[in-house]
Design a protein around this ligand. Sequence first.
Ligand code: SF4
Ligand code: SF4
Length: 167
Amino acid sequence: MSMQDVPEYKRTGIITVNELKRLGLLPSEERLRKGPVAIAECPEQIPCNICVDACPFKAISMNTINDIPRIDWDKCIGCGVCVAKCPGLAIFVVDLSRKDKALVTVPHEFLPAPRRGDEVVLLGRDGGRLGRGRVVKVWEYNRTWIVTVEVPRELAMEVRAIWVEKK
Ligand code: SF4
Ligand code: SF4
């Protein structure tokens, strides 16, 4: 296999929106506009299927434990349980149903804990700062915070983490 055949995310460690699309891991624009929906950014064939059992709606499937997770976006209601339970912090929920802002739900494992109403720094897949957004919902599972933030619509597919500044 030449270097050109190696997917970009294997070389950089960071998957891009185009690669997610190519792998069929992104829901359609139409589905995103209907309401919250999960996106598993997990393209590696690793022996993990925690998300399959975690989903209360049986929306995630795999043929074998080494497969990549596939989400049935018609069954998914965007509850975020899989975001909380994925040990790889690789699942997010995106909601484009509002006209003004998008909502993105991300896992967060750093202190200080975010609180509803906080303005936080929005980070991309590479950890780079993309702007600021407001926390609209936070819940905790096993020391992971599941945080929903309002973001500019054009950043819905880019924001994948937050940073809470110390006060
Ligand atoms: S967001 Fe909820 S319904 Fe959707 S795949 Fe995850 S656990 Fe299942
Ligand atoms: S739980 Fe996370 S790391 Fe494991 S298969 Fe699902 S998305 Fe991938």
